[in-house]
Design a protein around this ligand. Sequence first.
Ligand code: SF4
Length: 490
Amino acid sequence: MKRILYIPFDHLHRDYGVLKEASAATDLILLVESARMVTGRPWHPIRLYFLISSARHFAESLRAEGFTVEYLKAPTTIDGLETARAKYGELPIFSAEPSSTRQYNQLLDHGVQFIANDFFLTPRALFREWASSQKSYLMENFYRGQRIRLGILVDGREPRGGAWNFDKENRLPPPKNYTWPAYLEHSPDSIDHDVAAELDIAAPSTWATTREGALSQLAYFIEHHFPAFGPYEDAMTTENWALHHSLLSPYINNGLLHPSEVIDAALAAFESGRVPLPSCEGFIRQVIGWREYVNGMYWFLGEDYRTENQLGATRKLLPLFTDSTKTEMLCVKESVNGVEERAWVHHIPRLMVLSNLALLTGVNPQEFLDWMRENFIDASEWVMVPNVIGMGMHADGGLMMTKPYISGGSYISKMSNYCKPCKYDSKLRTGENACPFTTLYWDFLDRHQETFAANHRMKQQFFGLKRLSDLSELKVRATQVLQALDRGEI
Ligand code: SF4
């Protein structure tokens, strides 16, 4: 053996990272399942199951190809590297650049040699160049540049269909009397069952843990969900937990799928005429826009960004986030329940229910960030730090978003079927039956008037606040709501 090739658990692709130039004759492949990664935090067991089982399957697939593979359990990643060196001699260790700053620094300190991380479509240096040239880091500007740079859904420098986005077409509430396609079930194998047993859970059928399973999920999405993805991508319903969402983010984030493969499949379906442009554009935006932008911002903004708390939010994490029985707010109960059951809900419950509630109640952004990181199957550090600190919690003073993502019950009422059977009334802001979102929305605006006074994008909201005739009554109710949420009683 001449080299050790270290494969982090989110680089599980044969054709990218260090494996693309690997040789079974000279390279030892090393994967480390560190105790720190498994027991270091109260991780959701389904998240651990997915990451560990995927890595063990991947190690098996490399062995089947003829590679010498060490899959080590060790207290830390560095201990694993040391064990491999002790066994195989002082060989140089190579890895693709890790996706978190912490692991990047650790491996660098340990003498690991990096090749560029190619699990994204945008090299880190290229994003830095873009961000350094911007007055404000608007995702929309980055996304349009990506469309042109990558030649996706453009004619020259102009967008196909004459528009860069189709948000109007893509913001429909859940349809009535609609038949949702069945979910794709994945059959757990013996490796899955072993990992699940170690974690004391039953192996779930929601998530695949192999390259083949990830590809079948991609094919299933393209065939059964993609055409109608766009119109209902923001909708929420008690009738179906996935709607037409692809459920592909875990696989793209751990490497089982490369974003370029997903984009190629989406564009092929669009070019065949089976998929309307708004659905195609809405999906492409998530992959080449949001995903790349968030990763780029994570590296661009640096390590201190995760500690931002510019709204001075100090509330402890509400009990309802860790126990869905601690609330009677149906939208929150459904969302937290989804997280409990499968470590996933789609982007709107994440943003407009869970983050919205954390922001309106003034939960400490770092506590909320930890909860999101620990509980979502696709929650890599690079995903969650910008998404929570910048987008969800507006803790960065507006560096990423020009205004906070807040809403009262009216948005949730419009985009879901949650409110009708809920004990609370989304239209009421005061009184026992008032929707907590509606009460807290106005209370938030009132508390932060000074902070956002100069924000012209919030003019309309503050105009509404000035017209409230019952603000003092509302403030009393807001205090009661906050206290009850702290006790897990609302
Ligand atoms: Fe959620 Fe309020 Fe609607 Fe109830 S009424 S489901 S708390 S938004």
